[in-house]
Design a binder for this molecule. Structure first.
Ligand SMILES: O=C(CO[C@H]1O[C@H](CO)[C@@H](O)[C@H](O)[C@H]1O)[C@@H](O)[C@H](O)[C@H](O)CO
Length: 519
């Protein structure tokens, strides 16, 4: 790989900053904490980090409500701490990408406060989507769009107008038909690129453009992809969004070796492929693997669709099993021993596939979700859904580093922003460090092989014959990966075993296990 297209088969590591490592004992993760744990990331063998938002924010959506996209929220540190982290990561050969949240700002952003003060028809309001309501006295929302977090996507302000927020009311959507909005996004990109970041993860990359006239949505369809409700969902995937991504790409092209990955919840392969055209994004998450259960057909489908999506584009596929918005795959696969066994196999599947791969902090430790009591839930979805949906806190528990009890070295303080359960000593990085058969050891070996072995070369994939209930494919470099979901052991295929997620002595691949072979 060159310094220009390093990202094509890179292993990225998502750092959910609140939950990764706390450097000052206040129970919330921060930039100094990440810096202190760089040796762990270097030993793990990741190529790049994605750090979730650490910008000034009233934290209505834990940072995805950005009040100033060109500074650091004090609870996470400051610009000097960011620069120090960046320099040290680069010294270790680890690139750093940061989150870009263009679709909306915080309601505490100076722009939104100016919009409220300036009133209807003002240029300040033109940066957002303010509209008059429907019905008598405009007392009804301008259209029927729901918020992703529950409730209507509109909130009324004292002078009677309504403003749009696809997510929480504290996250007013920006209007990208206003040239100032696009120009400000470019200024934010240059601010971080000039500091030396290697790229961006673009939040809600299928948002940012709304159809003319903001027509009512048609009934939601089940597209098979969780957050995509089909062509009738006018909130997302409007054609105008591609003008924004072309602008993003033009800026990135001025900084050779930088890249952007889009969070694009679009189920239609052809429509998703449009985000990956030569003058748009380098990567887009293939979310089907993130939403698939431990089922041979669902997993095969996820791989087939994802490869079909990128086939006609210059982009490689981009695989992710877990992130800060979805139940962790250990839990999705059943939890406990079974969930961990399957998660070990899924790790070998993800890391054998051609293209880039994203790990979510804690994947390398086999972290599960934690069922939290109501009183500690903090995700806006819990409130906005009227306590009918528990939100995403369960997959955001702080990472256990060492020790035998909470906070397991995550913080020197007693209280963590989300509680950590008892009994997690075996899950800690320190405990797994010592254990040859641990999930951590498996990830380290897998990433080392992926980086050094010629078996992983080539971006093509060919399915090879396998027993029923199994997935098996071959890479041009010679790697063969078999994943057994059949419910019973199957014969070990021909070839030299490079790595297995479970014991294959006796010439069998156990159920819920995967193996890498090189003839
Ligand atoms: O649509 C999104 C966008 O998520 C991005 O945007 C959201 C708003 O910025 C933010 O809350 C998420 O953390 C960020 O990843 C979903 O992930 C959705 O929030 C989630 O699945 C709830 O059902």
């Amino acid at each position: 790989r060159t310094d220009v297209d390093w990202w094509r088969d890179a292993v990225f590591y998502q750092v959910y900053i609140r939950s990764f490592a706390d450097g000052n004992g206040d129970g919330v993760g921060d930039l100094a904490g990440i810096r202190a744990r760089l040796p762990h990331l270097s030993a793990l063998g990741v190529d790049a980090l994605w750090i979730t938002p650490f910008y000034p924010s009233p934290m209505a959506d834990h940072g995805y409500d950005v009040a100033d996209p060109r500074d650091v929220e004090p609870v996470f540190g400051d610009l000097a701490k960011f620069d120090a982290l960046l320099a040290e990561a680069h010294a270790l050969g680890i690139r750093v990408t940061v989150d870009l949240v263009p679709n909306h700002s915080s309601h505490r952003h100076e722009w939104f406060e100016a919009a409220l003060a300036a009133g209807p028809g003002s240029p300040e309001r033109a940066r957002y989507l303010f509209r008059d309501g429907r019905g008598p006295d405009g007392a009804e929302p301008p259209n029927n769009w729901p918020s992703v977090f529950g409730g209507p996507a509109w909130t009324r302000v004292p002078d009677g107008q309504w403003y749009l927020h696809i997510f929480a009311p504290e996250q007013p959507d920006l209007d990208f038909t206003d040239p100032e909005v696009l120009a400000d996004l470019e200024t934010t990109m240059r601010f971080w690129l000039d500091r030396g970041v290697d790229g961006f993860r673009i939040d809600v990359a299928h948002g940012m453009a709304k159809p003319e006239g903001l027509p009512d949505m048609l009934p939601m369809e089940d597209t098979g992809l969780l957050d995509d409700h089909g062509p009738g969902d006018h909130r997302f995937d409007d054609d105008g969004v591609h003008d924004v991504h072309r602008r993003v790409r033009r800026v990135l092209d001025e900084y050779p070796g930088t890249m952007a990955v889009g969070e694009v919840w679009v189920s239609d392969d052809d429509r998703l492929a449009r985000y990956l055209r030569p003058d748009e994004l380098q990567l887009a998450f293939n979310f089907r693997l993130l939403t698939a259960d431990w089922d041979v057909d669902e997993l095969r489908d996820a791989v087939v669709h994802s490869l079909a999506t990128v086939a006609g584009t210059p982009a490689p596929a981009c695989w992710v099993l877990s992130n800060h918005d979805r139940p962790r795959h250990v839990t999705r696969y059943g939890g406990g021993e079974v969930g961990t066994r399957r998660a070990r196999a899924a790790a070998l599947l993800q890391l054998a596939l051609p293209g880039a791969a994203y790990l979510y902090n804690g994947d390398e430790l086999g972290m599960p979700d934690v069922d939290l009591p109501d009183e500690v839930l903090q995700d806006p979805i819990w409130e906005r859904s009227g306590h009918t949906e528990r939100g995403r806190d369960a997959c955001r528990i702080p990472v256990p580093w060492s020790g035998t009890e909470p906070p397991y070295g995550f913080s020197s303080g007693a209280q963590t922003w989300l509680p950590m359960p008892a009994g997690w000593e075996p899950l800690t990085a320190a405990a797994q460090e010592e254990e040859a058969g641990s999930v951590l050891s498996l990830y380290r070996t897998a990433l080392a092989l992926r980086r050094t072995s010629p078996a992983f070369t080539g971006e093509a994939l060919r399915w090879v014959p396998a027993p029923d209930g199994c997935l098996a494919f071959r890479r041009p470099g010679g790697l063969v990966c078999l994943v057994n979901l059949s419910g019973a052991p199957v014969p070990l295929p021909e070839g030299r075993v490079l790595l297995a997620s479970a014991d294959t002595t006796g010439g069998v691949v156990p159920d819920d296990a995967a193996v890498w072979l090189h003839p």
